[in-house]
Design a protein around this ligand. Structure first.
Ligand code: SF4
Length: 181
C-alpha cells in the first residue's frame, strides 16, 4: 500500500498520532497529477493506495483524485472519521470509517469496516457493542499514548471483544508493539 496523507483535519482528537497533519511546515500544495506521479514514483508497479490523513474527506475535489487513481488502475482505500466533507463519487473500493462523533446512518452503511478507538478511560463500550450487533465488520482498537501502547486500554478492548462473542474484532497497531513506524 502507498499511503497518501491529507494535511489537516476538522477534528482535534487529543490522541491523534499523526502530528504532521497540523504542522504548517509539512503542508504541500499538490495537484492531483502531482499526487499520482508521487505515488507511481514511490512504488512503481504497486496499484494499492490508501487515502488517509488528517482527514481525506476535507480534501478539495476528493472525487477527482479518486477518479484519477481508478482511471489509472488503482485499488483505492480510504480511512476517515466521516467528517469534513461528502463521500467521493466514484466511491472508494474500501472505506474504513473511524467515527469520533455520531454520524448519519448512511455513512455507517457505506463503510466496509468500522473502527472504534477505546481508551483506558474514554470511549463508549455500549455504543461499540451496539454497532457490532448491526454491522458485520466492526473493530475496536486500544488508544495508545503516542507511539506507546497503553496496557489498560488493551485490556479494556480485550474484555469488550470477548463480551461481543465474535461480533467484534480487535485491531492492534502492530508497529507500536514492535517499535517500528
Ligand atoms: S479524526 Fe483522525 S486525523 Fe483527525 S484529529 Fe482525530 S485522530 Fe487525528
Amino acid at each position: 500500500m502507498v499511503f497518501v496523507r491529507a494535511w489537516g483535519c476538522p477534528l482535534s482528537c487529543p490522541w491523534c498520532d499523526e502530528p504532521l497533519h497540523r504542522d504548517p511546515k509539512a503542508r504541500q500544495w499538490l495537484t492531483r497529477a502531482d499526487i499520482l506521479t508521487a505515488v507511481v514514483q514511490a512504488a512503481p508497479g504497486l496499484f494499492n493506495v490508501v487515502l488517509t490523513g488528517g482527514e481525506p474527506l476535507a480534501l478539495p475535489n476528493l472525487s477527482g483524485l479518486v477518479a484519477l487513481f481508478k482511471q489509472n488502475g488503482y485499488w483505492v482505500a480510504m480511512e476517515s472519521s466521516g467528517q469534513g466533507g461528502p463521500l467521493p463519487d466514484p466511491p472508494v473500493d474500501w472505506l474504513t470509517l473511524s467515527p469520533k462523533n455520531p454520524l448519519p446512518e448512511s455513512l455507517y452503511q457505506a463503510a466496509s469496516e468500522i473502527k472504534y478507538i477505546l481508551g483506558a478511560d474514554s470511549g463508549s463500550p455500549a455504543l461499540i457493542l451496539e454497532q457490532a450487533a448491526r454491522h458485520p465488520n466492526v473493530w475496536v482498537q486500544p488508544r495508545a499514548q503516542g507511539d506507546t501502547p497503553d496496557p489498560r486500554a488493551v485490556a479494556r478492548c480485550l474484555d469488550l471483544t470477548l463480551q461481543a462473542k465474535g461480533r467484534l474484532r480487535l485491531s492492534l497497531q502492530t508497529h507500536k508493539y514492535i517499535g517500528a513506524r
